[in-house]
Ligand binder design. Structure first.
Ligand SMILES: Cc1cc2nc3c(=O)[nH]c(=O)nc-3n(C[C@H](O)[C@H](O)[C@H](O)COP(=O)(O)OP(=O)(O)OC[C@H]3O[C@@H](n4cnc5c(N)ncnc54)[C@H](O)[C@@H]3O)c2cc1C
Length: 353
């Protein structure tokens, strides 16, 4: 049980999850203090484009942000209605949807970056920060990011004169049990490959992806390399103090690694619980856990696909009039998914946080 009588709440970690809950608590007259081990917010992700998916949750991305009090129009974002899909052995094809598949958002410390905007809001409302310090053990909220690693991401951010474009690259050669992507928007590009950990930790996926695009005439200049990791195991259970939110609590889409919206929602749930709004908090956690279970299921299925079947599936999707809604179905508890869960879900690791 958290003692909130003096309304002082210590938060470990100043990432998306920690900033979201700090802002919410401050707006509700608590005194949050954020401990961030780095010397600033957003430095680790500066210059990175990340995707805000538009199919896992029914609320459209712009409304979602506005509901959190973050003016979506202030963020550097790009709606992505179409992208080109590539693989080793098939001709590239385009997949299109009337409503955006996702919005790319710029991460980092520039004025319209997501991290900076959240930080600014926190500052404006008077949230206290302690930078360059490891958080004390007494923190009631843990938002320190992932500690486990089941998947890796390796990439580079670069400047370019190439026109705006988004590409998805599939197959073992480029991203074993994962995917690679190239995003170029307004003179800035990100090339990255997200792949599953294997016994052979040294991976050529990034080099292979780079060579593939170079061979197509999409020259990737030297840039700023980055790396990261994610966990595909599925922690479930009620949210209890100390509240683990964001990736520290395993709040992530296990299929593609989307974590931004889930980090924000888990932060919101922790904040509501501290405010005594237990029922609302539980409702959010229940919704998040349902999506996580489904994403876990989708990952199991994805990992069983051969390269050919994986590309075949996306090709079929590209022939539909509304591929976004088909993606949405894969994240809904319909009859087909319940049966899948009964058959597959029990065989894999499901453990409490
Ligand atoms: C390369 C990469 C690409 C991604 N792409 C996407 C994408 O396209 N779309 C998407 O939705 N998601 C994406 N994700 C996932 C998404 O970025 C994360 O889910 C989200 O940022 C997690 O936020 P968080 O606040 O939980 O953790 P983090 O962002 O990891 O923040 C944790 C913070 O805690 C600090 N910290 C850690 N330990 C301590 C300590 N002991 N004391 C004090 N501070 C500490 C860290 O310095 C850090 O600032 C990507 C992740 C990576 C790595």
């Amino acid at each position: 049980m958290i003692n909130t009588s003096n309304k002082s709440i210590q938060i470990a970690g100043g990432g998306i999850a920690g900033l979201t809950v700090a802002l919410q608590l401050k707006k509700s007259n608590f005194n949050p203090i954020v401990y961030e081990k780095e010397t600033e917010v957003g430095g680790g992700r500066d210059g990175d484009y990340e995707g805000l998916e538009n199919w896992i949750f029914s609320k459209p991305v712009p409304d979602f942000f506005n509901d959190f009090g973050i003016n979506f129009n202030r963020l550097t974002t790009f709606p992505i209605n179409q992208f080109v899909v590539h693989s080793q052995n098939s001709k590239p094809f385009t997949i299109y949807n009337k409503h955006p598949f996702f919005y790319m958002v710029s991460r980092g410390k520039k004025s319209n970056d997501l991290d900076f905007q959240l930080f600014q809001q926190c500052k404006t409302h008077g949230v206290q920060f302690e930078f360059g310090k490891k958080a004390p053990d007494s923190c009631q909220i843990i938002a320190t990011g992932t500690t486990r690693a089941a998947a890796f991401i390796q990439g580079t951010n670069f400047e370019t004169m190439l026109p705006n474009q988004v590409h998805l690259l599939l197959g073992k050669r480029f991203a074993p049990k994962g995917y690679a992507y190239l995003i170029i928007l307004n003179g800035r590009g990100t090339l990255a490959t997200a792949f599953k950990k294997s016994n052979n930790l040294k991976s050529d996926s990034f080099k292979n992806s780079m060579n593939y695009f170079n061979s197509m005439g999409l020259k990737i200049p030297p840039g700023k390399p980055f790396g990261g990791r994610g966990s595909f195991s599925l922690p479930i259970g009620p949210m209890q103090p100390p509240y683990k939110i964001g990736e520290a609590g395993g709040f992530q889409d296990y299929l593609f690694g989307f974590g931004i919206r889930m980090s924000m929602m888990s932060g919101q749930a922790a904040g509501l619980s501290i405010m005594g709004k237990k029922r609302e908090s539980k409702k959010i956690i229940r919704a998040l856990n349902q999506k996580r279970r489904l994403s876990f299921l989708n990952r199991i299925i994805y990992e069983q696909l051969s390269d050919e079947r994986m590309v075949g599936f996306v090709k079929k999707l590209s022939e539909k009039t509304n591929p976004l809604s088909i993606l949405g179905d894969a994240y809904s508890w319909n009859f087909k998914n319940i049966l899948r869960w009964i058959n597959l879900g029990q065989q894999y690791e499901v453990r409490p946080t």
